[in-house]
Design a protein. Structure first.
Ligand code: AMP
Ligand code: MG
Length: 488
């Protein structure tokens, strides 16, 4: 067996996990294997296509050098602190150092009960597993930091949800699985040695640039804050709603993690919530930056006591950094949004220009993704599609005039602008209604065709494919509002 697992988390962080074996599943079949990710990980693709892959990804027969563990964490869930969470249905098999020298976690999700399962069955259903595969691979293809999907195993077992569903297992790859909630777990118990050990490990693994700097834990915090500001700015500029931004679902590495009730907005309504469990809209699209900052405050609380000096002064330093979040976020967001409208630099007035466009989009409930592609088309002389997205055409024309003037000052040719815009504004995102169709075919009719087609489109999101227009438009206005369900 030639998968070179290593185990730095197990070796260095005793007390942060428990050993646990996967539960056996019946008739495992390899439904998906991510060829390019397999290649990046330096594993033999052909090997994984055979029995070795099925045995490992199902958990039925792990390679000898796996040391499966469930990690412990706590978390603020919808603002309430839960002191005891952890991998309730996931197992870390080990780490692989990929072709680029980067250490990656290989984790089974849905592999059965663990010491942290509480009342849950430790399992996952095929629909949500395929959904996570589609959305996480789409996010990666859109250039957003994210965990990846490596493999899907289908089984002959059933899991009890609102009705019986076919059971599946996802193999997920991430830079690490440490969460804000991992730090909170030990902070809540006053186990500061563990918080320090975790922080040192996280610094070594993710932010070695701050190692041994003066006040390295504050610098570590600044790095996490900055990567979250960037991540959430990236989400906002593609219309992504995470849906359950609890602190246990915020990764220290700055990757998007835990695709539960996530979804992309289609029509631009900033208060959009899709998640059935988010009854007060805490994790609505427009709230994500604010919630990111709130979650970071919870991390700050866990790190402050690592400092020996006067606590009040330390608190002030962390608060100052937290206050910086808004600026950081706004800068990243503005950088993304100016690129989306074809600008190569940011000058005074650009933020207003973008805000004005968003106001018009909101009033017209324009399709968030489509508008930016159609703006490029308008630059090429065809405004007909763009016009179809807006109700107030006079206001749109006025905005277009100001925009075109700004583009002239930008100094790039129209062709360059169009090309640049089309390389950052996707045509294809995993739209809810199309995703539902694909998952329904897979789960209820054992037909992976629509899933495969959608995966092809969303992993080449900028390239137009003939005959796929229906993947590039909002659900009809009279369609049922989309609702997503968590953790199923
Ligand atoms: P999530 O909302 O999916 O991030 O999960 C929150 C917590 O519930 C985590 O500790 C999960 O491991 C746990 N959990 C979610 N689904 C299950 C399940 N089916 N069985 C056991 N634990 C679960
Ligand atoms: Mg989670």
């Amino acid at each position: 067996m030639t998968v070179n697992f290593t185990h730095s988390f197990v070796n260095e962080l005793s007390g942060c996990y428990q050993h646990c074996e996967p539960e056996v599943c019946s008739s495992p079949q390899l439904l998906q294997l991510n060829k390019s990710l397999v290649h990046d990980l330096g594993i033999d693709y052909e090997l994984l296509l055979g029995d070795v892959g099925v045995s490992m990804f199902s958990g039925n027969a792990l390679p000898d050098n796996c040391k499966p563990i469930a990690q412990v964490y706590a978390g603020h869930q919808f603002g309430q602190f839960s002191s005891q969470l952890g991998d309730g249905r996931a197992l870390l098999l080990g780490e692989l150092v990929d072709r680029f020298g980067k250490r990656r976690d290989i984790q089974l999700k849905g592999s059965g009960r663990t010491p942290y399962s509480r009342g849950g069955d430790g399992k996952a259903a095929l629909g949500p597993v395929l959904r996570e595969y589609l959305v996480s691979e789409a996010m990666f293809s859109l250039g957003v930091k994210t965990t990846r999907a490596l493999a899907v195993i289908g089984t002959d077992d059933w899991v009890a949800r609102e009705e019986l569903k076919p059971r599946a297992i996802l193999t997920r790859v991430s830079s690490s699985h440490m969460r804000v909630g991992t730090f909170e777990f030990f902070a809540a118990r006053g186990e500061w040695d563990q918080v320090k050990k975790l922080s040192d490990y996280a610094i070594e693994r993710h932010f070695p640039n701050v190692r041994h700097s003066s006040d390295q834990y504050l610098n570590f915090f600044k790095e996490v804050l900055s990567s979250q500001a960037k991540l959430i700015a990236d989400w906002m500029s593609i219309g992504f709603i995470h849906g359950v931004m609890n602190t246990d679902n915020m990764a220290i590495s700055g990757e998007t993690i835990d695709y539960g009730p996530c979804a992309f907005i289609d029509r631009y309504v900033p208060s959009t919530v899709f998640s059935s469990i988010d009854q007060h809209g805490r994790y609505a699209y427009q709230n994500q930056p604010k919630i990111g900052q709130w979650n970071l405050a919870q991390l700050a609380k866990a790190l402050i006591p690592l400092h020996k000096e006067d606590q009040e002064a330390v608190v002030q330093r962390f608060v100052n950094e937290l206050d910086e979040f808004n600026n950081r976020y706004r800068d990243y967001w503005l950088e993304n949004m100016t690129k989306k409208i074809g600008l190569t630099s940011v000058v005074d007035g650009d933020a207003d220009l973008i805000d004005q466009l968003l106001v018009l989009m909101e009033r017209s409930k324009a399709d968030f993704t489509t508008v930016f592609r159609h703006l490029a088309l308008a630059l090429e002389g065809d405004k007909s599609q763009l016009i179809g997205q807006f109700s107030d055409l006079k206001a749109l024309e006025e905005w277009l005039m100001v925009w075109e003037k700004r583009l002239e000052a930008n100094g790039t040719s129209r062709e360059q602008c169009v090309q640049a815009m089309n390389s950052v504004n996707p045509i294809y995102i995993p739209r809810n209604h199309k995703m539902e169709e694909a998952l329904d075919a897979a789960v209820n009719h054992s037909d992976l065709g629509p899933f495969t087609k959608m995966l092809e489109l969303v992993t080449e999101p900028y390239d137009e494919q003939a005959g796929c227009d229906d993947y590039a438009i909002s659900a009809p206005l009279d369609a049922k509002p989309h609702v997503t369900f968590c953790g199923t």
